[in-house]
Design a protein around this ligand. Structure first.
Ligand code: NAI
Length: 385
């Protein structure tokens, strides 16, 4: 199968979300990282793209150059990801859709509803995919939750409660740090801070799993740090078009909360709870019944969930990333040798032949011991004595 060509805009060196996009696009080998305009600084963006293996003529200085360059090519990118700061999403997404490209845009898709309407119209008119990265919808058990609700496993949904509360902007002494301040400045962030940044995921999740859309909203915003113009905490009540009552809490000042993305759905005949920090378990309680834990990867999940379960049952979702660290360590050691430099000492942790040998010697010693009524057996291999 030929790989699809993929391009990335934003996500430059040191960015928060760039590595996740590169991993996400690359992990199944379906996309080739063919083109990029990765940084607000053109020279840095070109250099970083090339360091990641993008060909020199496709390591662009900015997105306009990339749009022009890719439009001319026969092997143009099949999909472009827009992972720049929020205020740029609209013009970049619009330009690429109109240029005939499929787009995966970071959230929030736009800064205003009018811009959102325009993107919606353009995506319909062009027939191009315009995906939005509400990435938590990709978790296997979130899809299981959606399928269970759609299949009536908890009956008609009465109530959905969503939370996304963290405490990383709680330090009043750090509120003026430019990296934090822009998020609470309407000129840079738009009309909302924590709801548009974090709560929006929980809100999307409430709609995604229930299959209902928000109809009306009543909200209470608070700027708990007085210098902030925009809210750093919000409680949002909403009503959904299928009759469900919605409650959402989002916060950036909830000290001790890490990410806190949690979704709870209560129907007429059962309840479901899922927490992003424990993604392998979905809690299901039938009416008048006992709480059951549904494990990701268990045999009888709905097809939508099974398709999204890519590591075998019992392993954490992060397990492939632990494997990736072994590869990254090996690459650093091999590269350092080729380049005649000292390797990063922190890359020296991967298990080696000695570990392979010691572990086999332990297995042999244990087997020997088990056969000998549990007597103590020396497990150090001869060559290492
Ligand atoms: P960041 O500030 O860490 O990185 C932004 C990157 O974009 C930097 O490399 C910067 O040089 C580059 N950039 C800025 N303007 C550019 C332009 N005009 N052309 C090309 N590159 C440009 O930002 P972060 O946290 O990575 O966020 C980026 C976007 O991703 C935001 O919209 C944010 O809301 C979203 N995000 C989504 C998450 C999710 O779960 N879906 C999680 C975190 C962020």
């Amino acid at each position: 199968m030929t790989k699809l060509n993929w391009g990335l805009i934003g996500g430059g060196e040191g960015s928060q979300i760039g590595p996740a996009h590169r991993l996400g696009a690359g992990i199944d080998g379906l996309f080739h990282f063919a083109a990029g305009a990765l940084d607000v600084d053109p020279a840095k963006g070109r250099a970083y793209a090339q360091s990641l293996g993008v060909a020199e003529d496709r390591a662009y200085g900015d997105w306009k150059e990339m749009l022009a360059g890719e439009s001319k090519r026969d092997d143009k990118i099949d999909l472009v990801t827009v992972a720049t700061p929020n205020a740029t999403h609209f013009e970049i997404t619009k330009a690429f859709l109109e240029g005939g490209f499929h787009v995966l845009c970071e959230k929030p898709m736009t800064m205003t509803v009018e811009e959102g309407e325009e993107i919606y119209k353009i995506s319909k008119a062009t027939g191009k995919q315009c995906a939005v990265n509400f990435g938590y919808s990709g978790f296997s058990l979130v899809r299981q939750m959606k399928a269970m609700i759609a299949n009536g496993d908890i009956g008609k949904v009465r109530l959905v409660k969503a939370e996304f509360a963290h405490g990383f902007h709680a330090d009043a002494a750090d509120a003026d740090n430019p990296r934090v301040r822009w998020r609470y400045d309407p000129k840079a962030a738009g009309v909302s801070a924590v709801l548009a940044d974090a709560g929006i995921h929980a809100l999307h999740m409430a709609c995604f799993v229930t299959g209902q859309d928000v109809e009306t909203i009543s909200a209470d915003y608070a700027s708990t740090i007085a210098s902030r113009e925009l809210e750093d905490d919000a409680m949002v009540n909403f009503r959904m078009d299928g009759g469900a009552v919605g409650r959402l809490w989002t916060s950036a000042v909830a000290i001790g909360r890490m990410h806190g993305l949690t979704i709870q759905v209560f129907g007429e005949s059962g309840g479901l709870v899922w927490q992003q920090e424990h993604p392998n378990q979905l809690y299901y309680t039938p009416l008048n019944g006992r709480t059951q834990i549904i494990e990701r990867g268990a045999g009888d999940l709905y097809a939508e969930a099974s398709r999204a379960s890519r590591v075998t049952i019992g392993h954490s979702e992060g397990m492939p990333l632990a494997f990736a660290n072994i590869y990254t360590d090996l690459a650093e050691i091999i590269r350092a040798e080729k380049e005649g430099r000292a390797a990063d000492p922190a890359a020296n942790l991967f298990p080696r032949a000695e570990d392979g040998l010691r572990s086999m010697a332990s297995v042999y010693a244990a087997t020997d011991s088990a056969k000998g009524d549990g007597r103590w057996v020396n497990a150090v291999p001869n060559i290492l004595k």
